[in-house]
Design a protein around this ligand. Structure first.
Ligand code: HEC
Ligand code: HEC
Length: 493
């Protein structure tokens, strides 16, 4: 191995020599056309970078020496082998990320099952749990969705013939064991009985296309489940006292707070500041946002807590109660986040062997960034009106000063004071920066067909209400026809 060092030194020298040559050719009269030829070291480097291996033979190298290096680079990068390698890496990461998003509990069954005992309420006394259990009918009524692709053909046929008992919690147990209830994962004993359960990201950030029946269909990853009543589901847990203890309150208060959330809403900040209701008495929960169309967007969540991967780590650790490490000293601010500061949530630590979250963040991030915002359904908006609306959006109505196409949020620090968007500061005050994040509008057309309304808490039931709000507080002077056009444009996103 004594040759290794001189070789590396030599290649270092040739890189320096090459860059000197480039520098002199740029400053010289001959211009860029005099770029130096590729050395054998350069060829080896290009192979290592593009193909993760050395060239097979001396001849492969020799045949390229002296040619312009950028040409060699293009040639190797565009080879079938390099393309397959890149596609393979991308696909591996996507596949891993999708699996994590759909099925990974990060060990949170220790909380939802082992501690809260939620699975026992779901399966019911007859199946080894407690109480009446949750029938499929009830499960669908609280917004849970069923993945039709996880059902065996025989079960699909029986369902279609109406031969499956949807009033029996035993059917729910069977669906759980098939991994067919989106976002809910059962853990079983050797004898098949359910011993625990956990939740995954897909619980809140996926729904189905209802292609088989209402609430039964193919997965739509990234779409918010606006039917899901997280609070009512959690309130079934026999040991919700664990949550009350963490919040420093009693069970009755916890149940009052979480059952007030309603469908499609959840309150991540409750576990930081203990605030259950806004000053006007309405729930403090916010709408479950989409997890699609987020690539290129800097800050995430309604109040801009951090990047996608910041928030993924936050949620997996602090909301789902997975087992991992999480760091955010902003949560030590006891005036703003009394519960988080008391429980030292910004310093969540487990030993590296126990950490079930950190190693998954890269693939999870990658997958989420790959979830494109869905296009509006054909015929769901008027194209001519939408084109006029676009001109208003980027012109008279001033929307594009914040919602900058094609991201529809600001490149950079995409936050605004409550006054800039004409709303109260209750929710923004519950975040580190005290601001609201400019919502990226991709997928808005599809979102408009889901329930829940618009803005963080769904305060505006329709897109016309949103437009009227901006028109009013910014004195835009939009005519009724212009407002309609603007709405058609929003529906086209
Ligand atoms: C119990 C429901 C629930 C679960 C489970 C959940 N989320 Fe969320 N998610 C929310 C809510 C509610 C928000 C909005 C938070 C806020 O602004 O306060 C949110 C926000 C987000 C955002 C920011 C979206 C944006 O518009 O910028 C991302 C990204 C995200 N979640 C990803 C995930 C991932 C990944 C997981 C799994 C590790 C996950 N979530 C699990 C409810 C959930
Ligand atoms: C000063 C920057 C700014 C301007 C100007 C602005 N917006 Fe917004 N927009 C925001 C912020 C911030 C939010 C998030 C508010 C919230 O969640 O409470 C938002 C939210 C929205 C939403 C809600 C999306 C959802 O999924 O809930 C829509 C729709 C919207 N804006 C449309 C418009 C239109 C139309 C205009 C022009 C008339 C406009 N915005 C002008 C910053 C801006």
């Amino acid at each position: 191995m004594w040759t290794g060092l001189p070789q590396r030194l030599l290649s270092g020298v040739s890189v320096i020599a090459a860059s000197l040559l480039v520098a002199s050719s740029i400053s010289g009269a001959s211009g860029l056309s005099a770029a130096p030829g590729c050395t054998s070291d350069d060829v080896v480097r290009i192979f290592r970078q593009q193909l993760e291996r050395d060239p097979e033979s001396e001849a492969t190298v020799a045949g390229r020496v002296g040619r312009p290096c950028d040409q060699v680079e293009d040639e190797v990068a565009n080879s079938a082998e390099a393309r397959a390698l890149r596609a393979g890496m991308v696909e591996d990461l996507l596949r891993q990320g999708r699996h994590i998003f759909r099925f990974d509990t990060f060990g949170d069954e220790a909380f939802w099952g082992d501690t809260l005992q939620l699975h026992r309420a779901i399966i019911g006394a007859k199946n080894g749990g407690v109480g009446p259990g949750v029938s499929p009918k009830t499960a669908l009524a609280v917004g849970l969705k069923v993945d039709v692709d996880a059902l065996p053909n025989s079960l699909r046929a029986a369902l279609a013939r109406g031969e499956v008992n949807l009033d029996d919690p035993a059917t729910t147990v069977a669906l759980l064991k098939l991994n067919a209830v989106i976002g809910v994962k059962a853990f079983t004993n050797a004898d098949g009985s359910v011993r625990s359960m956990g939740i995954t990201c897909a619980l809140c950030h996926s729904t189905v296309d209802n292609s088989f029946a209402a609430a039964i269909g193919r997965r739509l990853d990234g779409w918010p489940n606006r039917d899901l009543n997280v609070g009512v589901i959690a309130s079934l847990a026999p040991n919700i006292k664990a949550v009350a203890d963490a919040l420093g309150t009693d069970v009755a208060t916890v149940n009052k707070v979480i059952t007030a959330w309603g469908p499609g809403k959840f309150d991540a900040e409750l576990f930081l500041d203990g605030k259950g209701f806004r000053p006007d008495g309405k729930t403090a929960a916010v709408l479950i946002p989409p997890a699609y169309g987020l690539a290129g967007v800097n800050l995430h969540t309604y109040t801009g807590w951090g990047s996608v991967t910041y928030w993924n780590a936050f949620v997996a650790n602090l909301e789902m109660h997975g087992i991992g490490n999480f760091f955010d000293p902003r949560l030590d601010n006891a005036a703003k986040f009394p519960v988080a500061a008391r429980n030292r949530l910004g310093h969540t630590q487990v030993s590296l062997e126990k950490d079930q979250i950190t190693a998954k963040l890269a693939a999870l991030h990658f997958y989420q960034l790959a979830l494109a915002a869905p296009k509006p359904a054909a015929g769901s908006f008027d194209p001519a009106a939408a084109a006029r609306g676009r001109a208003l959006f980027v012109g008279k109505a001033g929307c594009a000063s914040c919602h900058i196409p094609p991201l529809y949020t600001e490149p950079g620090w995409n936050l605004h004071t409550p006054a800039e968007v004409g709303i109260d500061s209750f929710q923004s005050d519950r975040s580190p920066d005290g601001r609201y994040r400019t919502t990226p509008l991709g997928g808005l057309g599809r979102r408009a067909t889901q329930q829940g309304g618009f803005f963080h808490d769904g305060r505006f039931p329709t897109l016309l209400d949103v437009v009227n709000h901006y028109d009013g507080f910014q004195h835009l002077g939009l005519t009724d026809a212009e407002k309609k056009d603007l709405v058609e444009f929003l529906k086209s996103l």
